[in-house]
Write a protein that binds this ligand. Structure first.
Ligand SMILES: [Ca+2]
Ligand SMILES: [Ca+2]
Ligand SMILES: [Ca+2]
Ligand SMILES: [Ca+2]
Length: 193
């Protein structure tokens, strides 16, 4: 009687378990791709480099086949770096077809979650996003023109809804501040500096 019960329990375990694992794996994959934005390299070949000689990769390079000066060549589209050699990626750089960096993501405190995303055009920073609660919605966004900050937007409730806007003059000082008090996205109050 006991062995029948045991078989029954084992059967339940095996029929229930794979389903659970699938969902768990799916969730983990979707969290991972949200965190790393890997969709832009899905399915692309990659090669790795070991920088500190511990036989574990520290740089991952994703590339696609392309053409440069009439010749077939590998175009690197993304590089990932493990700066503190703990096996977790801390910095990602995304490149355009000319090899220019267009986006970089940085995990400053090495907790496996990216804190800052920089958007770059022709070597100059144009936008910097910071996600304070890692929900995928930026809570601080800074805008730059010709390398200088022109505007900063802030979500004071950290819900990704911007309600505090700082405008800068060409010397890099805050010129005026706008506050959205009723959450409709429009400034209700201006503070002049
Ligand atoms: Ca290594
Ligand atoms: Ca790391
Ligand atoms: Ca982090
Ligand atoms: Ca957020």
């Amino acid at each position: 009687m006991r062995s029948v019960a045991l078989i029954f329990i084992v059967l339940i375990f095996f029929t229930a378990c794979p389903k659970k694992q699938d969902t768990a794996t799916q969730n983990m994959t979707s969290i991972a791709s949200e965190q790393t934005g890997k969709s832009e390299v899905d399915g692309l070949p990659s090669r790795t480099f070991d920088i500190n000689g511990d036989n574990k990769p520290d740089i991952w390079e994703y590339y696609k086949k392309g053409e440069k000066d009439g010749k077939q060549t590998d175009i690197v589209v993304r590089k990932e770096f493990d700066l503190n050699h703990d096996g977790k990626v801390d910095m990602v750089k995304v490149f355009n077809d000319k090899g220019e960096t267009v986006k970089e993501m940085i995990d400053f405190d090495f907790d496996g979650r990216f804190d800052t995303t920089n958007y770059i055009e022709k070597g100059q920073l144009t936008r910097q996003e910071m996600d304070l609660n890692w929900d995928g919605k930026p809570d601080i966004v800074k805008f730059f023109e010709k390398g200088k900050i022109v505007r900063k937007e802030l979500s004071t409730k950290i819900d990704g809804k911007m309600d505090y806007f700082e405008y800068y003059d060409d010397k890099g000082s805050v010129d005026r501040i706008g506050i959205d008090k009723n959450g409709d996205g429009d400034v209700d109050q201006w503070i002049k500096k």
